[in-house]
Design a binder for this molecule. Structure first.
Ligand code: 3PG
Length: 206
């Protein structure tokens, strides 16, 4: 298993969880479908408890915290049991807080200058967010030649249909997306549907 967050699975499921009871079944469904990674966004009151529940009860999945937008959240996520961190954008304070946890992390960038700044800070892997709104696969294709050392996990507006156009690029290791865990599937406790969507995602090019 590589240390790179970008090379584990073609798709990192980005999950916005409102009900703590959904945490373990969702994680188990993703594992069953062949996607042993989950990013819980810190956008809901139950997110940290969900990370803790998954880390405790589904040890076979790599559980991370997304939407790290304030330095204190990095430490909170570590304490909850997060194994990786993702931020939608980056300030130096935020990058330092994520580094202090010792966890692998993907800082966010959306422009050439932001990518350059992250390269200066020593990062070669980053999140490209919001991917579709910031130029999509065409943007990443365009910066591949001048900035060949930057590799990306694009996220934001990506679907099962558009994922392959990103994954075919040499500077994309994986994509992130919430399409694997649709809100209605969570509400209906339709874990089999999540298994099916995850299984389909494993056939994406990696
Ligand atoms: C994220 O935090 O990475 C995005 O909100 C996920 O974007 P999506 O919901 O458009 O997949």
């Amino acid at each position: 298993m590589t240390d790179s967050l970008l090379d584990r699975v073609p798709v990192i499921p980005v999950v916005v969880l409102h009900d703590l009871d959904h945490a373990v079944p969702v994680a188990r469904a993703l594992v069953e479908g062949g996607v042993p990674v989950i990013e819980l966004t810190l956008r809901t009151p139950v997110a940290l408890d969900a990370i803790e529940a998954i880390a405790t009860h589904v040890p076979e999945i790599l559980v991370g915290a997304g939407t790290i937008v304030a330095p204190a959240q990095a430490k909170d996520a570590l304490s909850a049991g997060a194994q990786f961190l993702v931020s939608p954008g980056t300030t130096e304070t935020l990058a330092a807080a994520m580094q202090d946890t010792g966890l692998p992390h993907l800082p966010g960038a959306a422009t050439v200058s932001e990518v350059l700044r992250l390269l200066e800070l020593g990062y070669s892997e980053m999140k490209f967010f919001p991917a579709e709104a910031s130029g999509g696969a065409d943007f990443l294709k365009s910066i591949g030649s001048p900035l060949p050392h930057a590799r990306f996990c694009p996220t934001g507006g990506i679907t099962a249909s558009s994922a392959a156009s990103y994954l075919s690029l040499p500077n994309v290791g994986c994509v992130g997306g919430s399409w694997l865990t649709p809100a209605d599937a969570l509400l209906d406790h339709d874990w089999d549907r999540i298994v099916r969507i995850a299984t389909e995602a494993t056939y994406l090019p990696s």
